[in-house]
Write a protein that binds this ligand. Structure first.
Ligand code: 4NP
Length: 151
């Protein structure tokens, strides 16, 4: 099983989702069966480490994070079983890929799994550390529910 998390820059939300997800599946001893990655629909930050605030927030919450930003490619839709977008803009960016049509069943908003209700994961890039913690908690509960749904 392969899960891909997608945001815009791949330095804030999606690498955080990937790190939290990996932390959880390792604890559940599912890491030999499930593989996660993240990417961005945009090209702005290719090769970059996560934003320092992403790293700080992950570590503060006991989650290790190591990722280099990459851009979404059409092949990802073939390779991954779930492609989870953080917001509507990301979702539209994924669906705009050439030949996305056969894969629409794999492509969802991550908060379709949020037990507190559907919606978007807000972009914290222009926000504060508080906004990153808000995103962490949103992803944390949503990923618990997502893991329950795929187990
Ligand atoms: P992310 O946040 O999509 O959660 O990684 C952003 C990071 C960078 C930019 C936008 C959003 N940017 O415009 O550079």
């Amino acid at each position: 099983m392969k899960v891909l998390f997608v945001c815009l820059g791949n330095i804030c939300r999606s690498p955080l989702a990937e790190a939290i997800f990996n932390h959880k599946i390792k604890k559940l001893n599912l890491h030999t069966e499930i593989l996660a990655d993240s990417c961005g629909t945009g090209a702005y930050h290719i090769g970059n480490q996560p934003d320092p605030r992403t790293i700080k927030t992950a570590n503060k919450n006991g989650v290790e994070i190591a990722h280099r930003a990459r851009q979404l490619v059409a092949q990802d839709l073939e390779d991954f079983d779930y492609v989870l977008a953080m917001d509507e803009q990301n979702l539209q960016g994924i669906l705009r890929l050439k030949d996305a049509a056969p894969y629409t069943h794999k492509i969802k908003l991550i908060r379709d799994f949020d037990p507190q209700g559907k919606g978007e994961v807000p972009d914290p890039y222009y926000g504060t550390l508080h906004d990153f913690q808000f995103v962490f908690e949103m992803l944390d509960r949503t990923l618990d529910a997502f893991i329950q749904s795929i187990k």
